[in-house]
Write a protein that binds this ligand. Structure first.
Ligand code: GLY
Length: 387
């Protein structure tokens, strides 16, 4: 077994692991990232909506603050990334239109608007006709909508490519292998043994392996982060040049209780997502998933069925018990977490980098991240077992 030493071992090279590695390497810390295909993970599937306002959920106001703070960081973040790498992340400040297709949807969207307004969020109610004036390809039956000019998009694949280059240029080393086992000495995490036979001995180990973080061998059962896989199926279509611009902003709705969204890229890609399924680790694209997405999107924008379908894919979001991320020091010495981002991984990438950078500097979470402390569920499993 080959042994390497590092100040920081990052387990997982998706966008959360990459931003962590970038921030660590920028600090002069010897950083190793373990991942068989860095730059992949859930972000390879994701649409890249930065939807702090339109994806607001009741009871998630604390998460909203973190989401808004990360959305506000995006312009400077992508500028810094481009300056470091010469790569464009596809950040597009295009805004979002959330629409209602029937009277019930309209009532729900009105409630959401009242909730957003009570929190001081910027969202403007539009009639169906005004929605169609903004987006002429919307279905004639659209009953009204919310214009949210602050919910933008980024291209997660380009973001991942830029973060990979940034982390490398800052000095992070990559081992193309999975973490086979996290290693511990007493109550202290000491690194990991990787699938290619490398042993990495690290002062600090960051679990950033999405939902896989919850089942990594080697950690005591009650130290595993409580993250679960939440499957999302997603489609990519292509808008031929003669049909452009098909949509000028992200368009979304809740149809029969399911979220459907259309995210138009400047290069003609149109991303159509996404299912949300809690059936374990399966990543099969199903006929039912594709059918439901196309059916719901067709109700929203009938013209989509004429577009070439170029890709179908499924990924796993890392859901936590409160659907908010687990960040920073865990109860085990030497172990940090950066996982559990659920529907907000792309949105929360800039602020996750800042939080983990702060933790690497000081050993502590910044005040604004304290509600997302990695240890907030520690002991819950043990308590449940003893009841
Ligand atoms: N945030 C979009 C999704 O998770 O589907």
């Amino acid at each position: 077994m080959r042994t390497r030493t590092a100040d920081v071992l990052v387990v997982g090279g998706g966008i959360i692991g990459l931003v962590t590695a970038w921030r660590a390497a920028q600090r002069g810390l010897a950083t190793v990232v373990a991942d068989p295909s860095p730059g992949g993970g859930a972000a390879h599937v994701a649409a890249g909506m930065l939807a702090a306002v339109t994806e607001l959920q009741y009871g998630e106001q604390t998460l909203l603050d973190l989401n808004l703070a990360s959305a506000a960081r995006y312009p400077d973040f992508v500028e810094e990334l481009t300056a470091a790498t010469g790569l464009d992340s596809g950040y597009r400040p295009c805004g979002t239109l959330a629409v209602a297709l029937d009277a019930d949807d309209r009532a729900d969207l009105r409630d959401l608007h009242a909730f957003q307004s009570s929190l001081g969020l910027d969202a403007q109610w539009l009639s169906g006709r005004d929605c169609r004036r903004l987006e002429p390809l919307l279905a004639p039956g659209v009953r009204g909508g919310l214009r949210v000019d602050g919910d933008h998009q980024v291209d997660p694949r380009r973001l991942a490519a830029a973060l990979l280059r940034a982390a490398r240029s800052a000095g992070a080393d990559f081992v193309r292998a999975k973490a086979a086992r996290i290693t511990c000495a007493g109550d202290r995490v000491t690194g990991a043994e990787l699938g290619d036979g490398t042993r990495v001995v690290a002062a600090r180990t960051v679990l950033a392996a999405g939902c896989e973080s919850g089942r990594l061998p080697g950690l005591p059962e009650d130290a595993l982060p409580p993250v679960r896989p939440v499957k999302g199926q997603i489609l990519r279509l292509r808008v031929p040049a003669e049909r452009a611009p098909f949509l000028s902003r992200t368009v979304r709705a809740v149809v029969r209780g399911s979220h459907v969204y259309l995210v138009p890229r400047e290069n003609g890609e149109l991303v159509l997502g996404a299912t949300s399924e809690e059936f374990g680790w399966d990543t099969a694209v199903t006929a039912g998933g594709v059918y439901e997405l196309l059916r719901d999107a067709h109700e929203l924008v009938p013209g989509i069925t004429e577009l070439p379908l170029t890709e179908t894919l499924a990924g796993l979001r890392p859901g936590s018990p409160d659907n908010a991320p687990l960040l920073g020091p865990s109860p085990l010495e030497g172990l940090l977490l950066a996982t559990g981002h659920h529907r907000n991984g792309v949105l929360l990438t800039p602020i996750t980098g800042d939080v983990l950078g702060h933790v690497l500097d000081s050993g502590e979470l910044p005040d604004y991240a304290r509600p997302f402390a990695a240890g907030r569920f520690a002991g819950a499993a043990r308590r449940e077992q003893t009841v």
